[in-house]
Design a protein around this ligand. Structure first.
Ligand code: DX5
Ligand code: ZN
Length: 214
């Protein structure tokens, strides 16, 4: 299972150092949680911060847009250095045109499902995304508890991806740690977003190694 550390719980006053820390954990990409204060009741950071981070690491920027209107800033995120731009199915913009817009900028695409959104709602887009993210917490904050009842949704998506022979990756995000990562892997997820569990880990590199072994 690949690991995409979320920097939401990092020390934002030392962001460049935190990026070096993430890189040294052996993680596969870095998860950037963009929150607009409308789609979720929290506000994090936007394109200027991502642009400032870009020169400090070669890591793949996995950008999770928790935004009501992601399409308005797709160009800005692409220009800032996003490598994958992930929009919520529940956002207010038309999904297909927004995904096509992201693709037109040469970036990878992803869609995210909030806990209440059924797996089937993602099925029509599986042929045009590189990844589907199944939230295992309500989006908006780090440090929440893993929602195990999201596992049937992960399995339903995995089965549909396999059935159609699509190269779509399946990511889980929220409350992932040494105990919950195996549960998500068993359900069919192949990328784990890990935020607080990684930043609070005794040995972050050991946690990444354990998740890589799943
Ligand atoms: C929540 C974010 C998650 C969160 C994960 O809205 O999308 O990426 O930061 O943090 P943990 O791993 O602490 O649940
Ligand atoms: Zn996230």
């Amino acid at each position: 299972m690949d690991v995409s550390p979320s920097i939401l719980t990092c020390d934002f006053s030392a962001l460049a150092d935190e990026l070096v820390f993430v890189e040294h954990t052996g993680a596969d990409m870095v998860h950037l949680d963009v929150m607009d204060g409308v789609f979720v009741p929290n506000l994090s950071f936007g394109p200027p911060v991502i642009a400032a981070m870009r020169p400090h690491t070669e890591m793949f920027f996995d950008v999770h847009l928790m935004m009501q209107h992601p399409d308005r800033l797709v160009d800005a995120f692409a220009k800032a250095g996003a490598d994958m731009i992930n929009i919520h199915l529940e956002c207010a913009d038309p999904i297909r045109p927004t995904l096509e817009h992201i693709h037109s900028l040469g970036k990878k695409t992803a869609i995210t499902l909030k806990p209440a959104t059924p797996a089937e709602e993602a099925f029509p887009y599986l042929d045009m995304v590189d990844m589907v993210l199944v939230m295992t917490v309500e989006p908006g904050f780090g440090g929440q508890s893993f929602m195990a009842d999201m596992m049937p949704k992960v399995t339903a998506l995995r089965q549909e991806i396999v059935r159609r022979g699509l190269p779509v990756r399946l990511q889980v995000d929220g409350g992932i740690n040494a105990a919950t990562a195996p549960v998500a892997a068993a359900a069919g997820a192949d990328i784990a977003v890990i935020g607080s569990a990684l930043f609070n880990a005794e040995s972050p590199a050991d946690l990444v190694k354990a998740v890589h072994a799943l």
